[in-house]
Design a protein around this ligand. Structure first.
Ligand SMILES: Nc1nc2c(c(=O)[nH]1)N[C@H]1C(S)=C(S)[C@@H](COP(=O)(O)OP(=O)(O)OC[C@H]3O[C@@H](n4cnc5c(=O)[nH]c(N)nc54)[C@H](O)[C@@H]3O)O[C@H]1N2
Ligand SMILES: Nc1nc2c(c(=O)[nH]1)N[C@H]1C(S)=C(S)[C@@H](COP(=O)(O)OP(=O)(O)OC[C@H]3O[C@@H](n4cnc5c(=O)[nH]c(N)nc54)[C@H](O)[C@@H]3O)O[C@H]1N2
Ligand code: SF4
Ligand SMILES: [Mo]
Length: 766
């Protein structure tokens, strides 16, 4: 065999500056600027007529599900459109008329493309036909679907053990595709099913499962209308779940209180101008947050302990603050929990969390009087070493108040990708569920593997050690999304084969194994035809509603296949008919997939009919206060540890966050409008006092370093911007900063990388 030439690939987005402009941070979200920006994206990528017609079907019954976030749709959809600025951007991104075809790949080598910025790579357009990058080559070339499938099958057959293959999933997939994909991984013989959830809400899944017996939230959208208090902790809905602002607006107009807990004062939580209402467009909109607690990074446990300590003091004074009836009937561990609250001193907690005492008192007074409390959270809680404990502390508060299993109250982990929750429900998991395996065996007549598989960080380590040699990605951008960019890139480059099932070009198509395949697939918004009929798929939103999604645009290319077709094509090429599952029938007949899904997963019986119109709620034990699967058949109080971050002089905690102009690794544009940052992504937000102490001036350019286990990791060239952020804390955007997070720094139990509390130092760029 000839020796492989090592490709000269750049693993980072081009670091050239793009021209920072600064304005004051915004004081409201949405309103006319949001409409303007939404339409600019639609116009530029899709053309205005095609774009507007498509938008009018997005999130409507009988239409297609927004490819953006997982926020649910209201039962009664608005005639003015049921989408937000970022939904429009997500659609424009997917349904762009720009094309990445075979001429594009013969013109640009992977070496050259890797020097483009992520923004430029994303702008190039939709993938058109299957492409292969052969060993020793630096150009992708066309390959037929049949050849691509047999290449994968051959490579899978050549492995010594099924655990040498990795099957990654990103949360854009459908229930049907994810179910088939998981089924194939199991039939092949491995549970190596890392998914984007591992980097995202895995801490929520673990924390909620251990305390409440289900890894999902318990609230419905209607609960927001009835809630007395909504706490939004570690979440930036104005950017990442914009239609959640309408739910908060409803809560407010019904007399509810909104409390935000965040190191940043995010514009979207200050004020909302609802584009669906006249007052939102012409007036001043509505104020959303009543009390903002500017907590220091990763001091939420401390803050929550303090709040609960003060509530307990009121309760002990005889005020009816806690729901003792609820606690007695449904929970376990209350006494130990209360005793433990006594261990921490008020002063130490107050000092650590950085929130003024009087604001905490205000919150305590409101919570004391309320019982319908919703806690919403996202990455600000999950992406820390103690991410699981963060969630458990939120559950503690809800248990004390009896705020579960009743209208207007409950847990609300706000999920990221539009179907990330559904993927897990239908079987994308690296751990083993005995019930699931048994149901697969009963339905399909084969034995799924019983050994746990790799999650994201362990999959990377396995590829790096050459314990795994084939990587298949059902969507996503693994190399840019994961931590420790250089290590992850090396891991993928050590693979024999990497396969990406994708809609758009991204860095994971450029940082590849020896051989790489791009398998282009239909997007949500596109028509999926079989014979004369238009097929539909199903998805599950953040509140457990399963509903249909049906595309309406002609596909970007006639060579695209749907995700279920691709998965079943691979499976058929691998098994060649020697397997009890009829893969090709499943890949072409989604009704059949749904029928089988109904036999394997609880709640999916009759999904075909029930998912029509607005869909239906999956079963949820918390809503009916059934804790029978937990120890003592009760919801569990937890005793958590306050995180300790020992920072030496010149060290800070860095959170890596999203700008308003990105969807994870997809960069829509260079503005973060609500934070007043324009035309630049390479910025680092810093407290002015910290800048003074360190001797940095506005717009100084610094490198950021992390030091873990004696290894220095560095990212270069970030512009310092003075910002209202607690002292000792910094913020910058990902994926540019992922190279700072060591592969072995992740949350206990959930293994989610510590993307929101990275210990770093800064140096002036010489
Ligand atoms: N437009 C758009 N929408 C998206 C996405 C996107 O990239 N763009 N991504 C989707 C996905 S996959 C996800 S998971 C979600 C993510 O949604 P979010 O979790 O809202 O996203 P992040 O930008 O990571 O923001 C985290 C928020 O937590 C705060 N924070 C950081 N550290 C802490 C902390 O220690 N404590 C507290 N209390 N707060 C903290 C930050 O200041 C920020 O406001 O959004 C989804 N929707
Ligand atoms: N430092 C840091 N790192 C993080 C985070 C953070 O906050 N900080 N957040 C983490 C989180 S919450 C998440 S969820 C992960 C995201 O990790 P991923 O899910 O892996 O990344 P995305 O950027 O969402 O993937 C985008 C790609 O998906 C493909 N795609 C889009 N739509 C479709 C489709 O319909 N089908 C298919 N097959 N492909 C499609 C396109 O090719 C696009 O380039 O990143 C994580 N990484
Ligand atoms: S809130 Fe999320 S799902 Fe709804 S339109 Fe906006 S991006 Fe799409
Ligand atoms: Mo996510």
């Amino acid at each position: 065999m000839s020796k492989t030439r090592k490709r000269d690939i750049s693993i980072h987005s081009n670091p050239e500056f793009t021209g920072l402009e600064l304005t004051s941070p915004g004081q409201y979200a949405a309103g006319t600027p949001a409409i303007k920006v939404a339409f600019e994206h639609i116009y530029k990528e899709m053309g205005i007529v095609r774009g507007l017609r498509t938008l009018s079907h997005m999130n409507q019954k009988g239409g297609f599900d927004c490819p953006g976030c997982a926020w649910p749709d209201p039962e009664k959809r608005s005639n003015l459109g049921e989408y937000c600025e970022n939904g429009a951007k997500a659609l424009a991104e997917e349904a762009t008329t720009k094309k990445v075809d075979r001429d594009f790949f013969s013109k640009y080598s992977v070496e050259e493309l890797s020097r483009w910025s992520d923004y430029e790579i994303g702008r190039s357009g939709r993938l058109m036909e299957p492409m292969v990058l052969r060993p020793n080559s630096i150009h992708y070339e066309p390959i037929s679907w049949a050849e691509a499938f047999s290449l994968i099958a051959e490579q899978l057959h050549s492995l010594q053990h099924p655990d040498e293959a990795i099957f990654y999933t990103s949360g854009r997939s459908s229930n049907e595709a994810a179910f088939l994909y998981g089924l194939f991984a199991r039939a092949f013989g491995t549970n190596n099913m890392p998914d984007c959830s591992n980097m995202c809400h895995e801490s929520s899944g673990v924390g909620l499962s251990e305390t409440l017996g289900i890894g999902k939230g318990s609230v419905t959208l209607e609960d927001f209308n009835k809630a007395e208090v909504v706490m939004v902790i570690g979440q930036n809905p104005g950017t990442n779940h914009p239609r959640m602002l309408s739910a908060l607006e409803k809560c407010k107009s019904n007399g509810g209180t909104v409390i935000s807990v965040n190191p940043l004062e995010e514009a979207g939580l200050i004020r909302f101008k609802n584009p669906q209402e006249v007052n939102g467009l012409l007036g001043s909109g509505v104020a959303l947050t009543d009390i903002h607690l500017q907590v220091k990074i990763n001091q939420d446990i401390v803050l929550l302990k303090l709040i609960q300590k003060r509530l307990a003091a009121l309760d002990q004074q005889g005020q009816q603050v806690f729901d003792h009836e609820f606690i007695k009937t449904y929970t376990h561990g209350y006494d130990a929990f209360i005793k433990n609250l006594g261990n921490d001193s008020e002063a130490a907690l107050l000092n650590a969390c950085g929130v003024p005492s009087h604001l905490i008192d205000e919150v305590v007074n409101i919570l004391a009087k309320s019982s319908k409390i919703i806690i919403c959270w996202a990455m600000g809680l999950t992406q820390h070493k103690n991410g699981v404990d963060n969630i458990k502390e939120c559950v503690n508060l809800l248990l004390l108040k009896g705020s579960l299993g009743k209208t207007g109250a409950g847990t609300c982990p706000v999920r990221g990708h539009s179907n990330v929750q559904g993927d897990r429900t239908v079987g994308i998991m690296h751990y083993v569920s005995k019930n699931y395996n048994q149901a697969v065996k009963d339905t399909f007549n084969f034995d799924p593997p019983t050994k746990s598989g790799y999650d994201v960080v362990h999959a990377i380590q396995a590829m790096h050690n050459k314990d795994a040699k084939v990587f298949i990605g059902l969507g996503g951008n693994f190399v840019s999304a994961a931590s420790d960019t250089e290590f992850t890139a090396e891991a993928l480059q050590r693979c024999e084969l990497t396969v990406q099932i994708s809609t758009k070009l991204n860095r994971s198509h450029l940082i590849t194994g020896q051989t790489a395949l791009i398998l282009p697939t239909l997007g949500r918004s596109e028509i999926d035809m079989k014979g004369n009929s238009r097929r539909h798929l199903t998805v599950e939103n953040s509140m457990g509603v399963v509903h249909q999604t049906k595309g309406m645009l002609p596909p970007a290319s006639s060579h695209l296949k749907s995700e279920p077709e691709i998965v079943s094509g691979i499976a058929h090429a691998y098994f060649q008919g020697n397997h009890p599952v009829d893969w090709l029938s499943l890949g072409s007949n989604y009704d059949l997939v749904r029928e089988k899904l109904g036999q394997v997963v609880q709640g999916f019986k009759d999904v075909n009919t029930k998912s029509k119109d607005g869909g239906y709620y999956l079963p949820n034990n918390v809503r009916c206060l059934d804790f029978s699967r937990l120890p003592n058949q009760r919801a569990q109080f937890s005793i958590t540890q306050a995180p300790k971050h020992k920072l030496d002089e010149g060290e800070y905690l860095l959170m890596t966050i999203r700008s308003h102009d990105q969807f994870n690794t997809t960069i829509y544009g260079l503005d973060d409008r609500y934070r007043g940052i324009h035309n630049e992504r390479r910025v680092i937000l810093m407290n002015p006092k910290d800048m003074d102490q360190a001797g940095f001036a506005q717009r100084d350019v610094v490198n950021i370093m992390s030091h873990y286990n004696g290894v220095e990791r560095k990212v270069y060239g970030f512009i310092v911007v003075a910002y209202n952020i607690p002292q000792g804390n910094l913020a910058a955007y990902f994926p540019e900063t992922n190279a700072l997070i060591p592969i072995d720094q992740f949350a206990d139990k959930s293994h989610t990388p510590i993307s929101k509390s990275i210990k770093v130092s800064l140096e002036l760029r010489s």
